[in-house]
Design a protein around this ligand. Structure first.
Ligand code: ZN
Length: 307
């Protein structure tokens, strides 16, 4: 059985007017699942709130304190470039992290095989001691740290197909040899990380502007997926961003929803072979409301094997 985790409190994080990272991203994904008559074919859960000790598995306590202390009483404040806070942002972020921890518990306890966490704010740009790029805390990195440090996993893979490189996740795996990270991203583009893969537990797959699905599939087939097989993961986490879609306003790759279904299927086959199918997938970016909702729907359809 499969599990969809979200929380209405994740909708309360507000970046202010005319910002692409909106609550509607999550409601539109849910609407797509309902209108495709998929929503009754998996279980649903409201996430718990992660506590400070859990967030500190992948962040300096100073960052948690800084965000708590910066919350406005009303309205929206910008605490750094591309990071905004409203009064409910900390609460939304705690439930986003909590969803990933709940998802990992769910597959660890063999209650579920596949989990999708429909949460925001996203996470993969958040560094150890700094919120960045619409991200407050690194949901996936905290999840990996939780699996390794609290549940005893020795090999946790993180696959990231968001159009932006997960710089925060890279920083995390540089200090955590039990985690392995593969990421495709448009290059050059924010956050402008070095495209070289210079450590054993990281594969970077830079893709040129306007690369299409064929290029994406070939790159993953040659670079990312063989590395995942060689790693023999015990658990796979996905940073599922859908902003590499051709319609996305923030980037220039030319993927379509079937490309997201393809990579999901490939990851699923490897998960079935090495880790009893266990995958926890977590929403990252995706800013065209139509494209992100349809892409997430196809990702979930494949992840949950609903065909
Ligand atoms: Zn992104």
């Amino acid at each position: 059985m499969n599990l969809y985790i979200s929380n209405p409190l994740c909708l309360l994080h507000d970046n202010g007017n005319d910002h692409p990272e909106t609550a509607e991203r999550i409601t539109r994904i849910q609407d797509q699942l309902i209108s495709a008559q998929m929503f009754d074919w998996f279980h649903h859960k409201e996430s718990r709130a992660a506590n400070n000790d859990e967030i500190a598995l992948a962040h300096h306590p100073r960052l948690i304190e800084h965000i708590e202390n910066s919350l406005p009483k009303e309205g929206v404040v910008e605490i750094s470039e591309d990071v905004n806070l409203c009064p409910d942002s900390m609460s939304a972020a705690r439930y986003a992290v909590g969803a990933v921890l709940d998802g990992i518990d769910a597959v660890h306890n063999d209650n579920y095989k596949r989990v999708f966490c429909s949460v925001r704010p996203p996470g993969h740009h958040a560094e150890y001691d700094e919120a960045q790029g619409f991200c407050l805390f690194n949901n996936v990195a905290i999840g990996a740290a939780y699996a390794i440090e609290k549940l005893g996993y020795e090999r946790v893979a993180i696959i990231d197909f968001d159009v932006h490189h997960g710089n925060g996740t890279e920083s995390f795996v540089r200090k955590q040899p039990k985690a392995w990270f593969a990421s495709s991203f448009e290059h050059p583009l924010y956050p402008f990380t070095d495209p070289k893969s210079d450590i054993n537990n990281m594969v970077k797959i830079p893709l040129e502007k306007y690369s299409n699905g064929e290029v994406f599939r070939q790159a993953w087939s040659e670079q990312g997926l063989p590395g995942l097989v060689a790693f023999k993961p015990e658990l796979i986490l996905i940073s599922a961003g859908f902003d590499a879609h051709a319609l996305d306003p923030l980037a220039n790759l030319q993927l379509h929803e079937n490309d997201f279904a393809w990579i999901t299927s490939e990851i699923g086959k490897i998960a079935d072979k090495y880790c009893h199918g266990k995958i926890v997938s977590v929403l990252e970016g995706g800013y065209d409301l139509g494209a992100v909702s349809v892409s997430a729907r196809e990702h979930i359809r494949t992840l949950f094997e609903l065909d």
